[in-house]
Write a protein that binds this ligand. Structure first.
Ligand SMILES: [Fe+2]
Ligand SMILES: [Fe+2]
Length: 170
């Protein structure tokens, strides 16, 4: 059976982002670039929203990492902003590439922080069975929001988000 521990699923999606940003650099045709970027931008939104729906509520309630969660939400908002900035430029232009690389950079730094601090701390505080349950929810979230369907892409207020999670039962 595939590993559906939520930690493993998040990590493997991070690897997909690294590969997809690399692959984008190999493309040149405008239509190809537009389509590849759109797919990648949609996936970035599904990933951030998926973490906010299925992972970070438990980082707050079960791992107690409140400050890390606020910081992660800020990062997600920055990634959203950087991804939306790409669409202000003509596909394939120098400015477009600069905006793509900026999105790659902010996303890369955020993924490294999750991998270095948040995911290991989560694994230490939350057992395998629970992480597998959350992995199922993560997969379901992806099914429901394929190509960012139903997701606004709007920024979320980190303070309000954390307060909301603290009020919910674990
Ligand atoms: Fe994240
Ligand atoms: Fe992530």
């Amino acid at each position: 059976m595939a590993d559906i521990d939520i930690n493993a699923l998040i990590l493997s999606e991070h690897e997909v982002f690294r590969r997809d940003f690399d692959n984008l650099e190999q493309l040149s045709g405008t239509d190809e670039l537009r389509a590849a970027w759109q797919a990648l931008a949609d996936q970035l939104e599904v990933h951030a929203s998926g973490e906010e729906a299925v992972f970070y509520p438990h980082v707050v309630r079960e791992a107690g990492d409140v400050e890390d969660t606020k910081h992660a939400l800020q990062d997600h908002n920055e990634i959203r902003e950087a991804a939306q900035a790409v669409d202000q430029h003509e596909v394939g232009s120098d400015d477009w590439w600069a905006a793509v690389r900026r999105a790659r950079e902010v996303n890369g730094e955020h993924m490294e922080e999750e991998e270095r601090e948040i995911l290991p701390s989560f694994r230490d505080s939350v057992g395998t069975e629970r992480r597998t349950e959350l992995g199922m929810e993560w997969l379901q979230f992806h099914d429901e929001h394929e190509r960012a369907k139903g997701l606004s892409g709007d920024a979320k207020d980190p303070e309000a988000y954390v307060q909301e999670q603290e009020q919910e039962p674990a």
